[in-house]
Design a protein around this ligand. Sequence first.
Ligand code: NAD
Length: 499
Amino acid sequence: MYELTHYINGAHVKGTSGRFTDVFNPATGEIQAKTPLASKAELDAAVAIAAAAQPAWAAVNPQRRARVLMKFVDLLNRDLDKLAEALSREHGKTFPDAKGDVIRGLEVVEYCIGAPQMLKGEYTDSASAGIDIYSMRQALGVSAGITPFNFPAMIPMWMFAPAIACGNAFILKPSERDPSVPLMLAELFEEAGLPKGILQVVNGDKESVDAILDNETIQSIGFVGSTPIAEYIYGRGCANGKRVQCFGGAKNHMIIMPDADMDQVADALIGAGYGAAGERCMAISIAVPVGDETADRLIAKLTPRVESLKIGPYTAGDDVDFGPVVTAAAKERVLGLVDSGVAAGADLVVDGRDFKLQGYEDGFFVGACLFDNVTADMEIYKQEIFGPVLAVVRAQSYEAAIGLAMDNEYGNGTAIFTRDGDTARNFANRINVGMVGVNVPIPVPLAYHTFGGWKKSAFGDLNQHGPDAFRFYTRTKTVTARWPSGTKEGADFSIPTME
Ligand code: NAD
């Protein structure tokens, strides 16, 4: 049993609020650590340290700042296994998947090494007689990020790498369920040369989140997590005059046309539906085959694949397809939703509810479940399950299938599987979802594109990483300059135009 800390001003600091929460080993069900839950006073003290450190960091030229990021990438690669092990231990995901979590974050750090290029402003020479106009992108000051449990390495890096590359200081409030990796990341960034106070980790729950929302020094807030909390943070953060971007939950549909290669479809669905035990915002949770004949072929291909999925602890290595869900409460919720699907009349083709793993009876494992004949009025269709449960909703036409996805309140990711370019193009153009895959089940854009959903999956107008991140973490200042001055005498009271 270990006691976790905050990371403040270059040091691991014990919590002083007297409040803690348990961190479990999801594979065994044991409590393995205690995380301190920061008070408002602890959060505010960290922000004051960040505000004091930030101007000097912003004054470092962007290329030198980028060099610190370069070194950080080296250290992430050096410690990749160590980070992945700590991540799997608290989250439960498999070791290769944990490495992927770190690497997808590292890729955004690599992208942010291009900050000197991204931060270049614009310049108009001789906008008028003797007048030049130029714009610059300046750091906001102190930014904060509130992150979910399911990607404890990747999502913090998606936020703090661009924020820090732009010259901001950053306060990270990671998920209280798996905070070890965020603490390790802050330590590694400082080993790379980041000054103290520029990246601090404050562990906590609603109290520290509310302190972030109300702190007058914090200029911008990034949030990733469930939709109700995203809406809350967006509303209160904006009302307090902050720049806020919030990314919420998802219910991602994959449409399967009759002409699709069904083996390719089934393999894609297995990875996208059950990878990381379904605890991904880009997981496919709804498969929509078009036509009953397509649906029957799909179920026939999926069933043996789902039945043979290997479930176990990350310590079992490559022998495991996915691990436990994160907490006992998450397990109970998933099982409750599966029960509700059965009660509502959906066909549970593969029933993983009684799954037990010898030696890990108290772990938070849920066996893979596959539903057929799900309808849009059922809770298993409406709610984000965030577990290893795939629901097949049969559509009788392409129009019905795309309509289903478009009517869904979430709009994070979606995919279509077809060999017909015309249908794929029609789908990509019409669908009201932020990230679209064509024969790609999890279309997570790479670091130099942006990531973000539509509808109830995202609040705010800029996406994560890619060029949007440099817009989110800077503000533009435009200077109109006359050198030399003094062309004409006297005041001019009309607005200058180009007439
Ligand atoms: P969560 O909403 O429970 O928690 C996210 C963060 O909010 C945590 O740091 C948590 O401490 C904080 N929080 C929780 N309750 C709060 C409250 N009442 N007031 C203030 N702060 C609070 O989400 P989670 O369970 O950690 O993560 C899973 C969710 O995240 C899923 O809905 C998933 O779809 C979503 N997610 C979305 C994306 C995306 O990019 N859209 C990416 C990953 C995860």
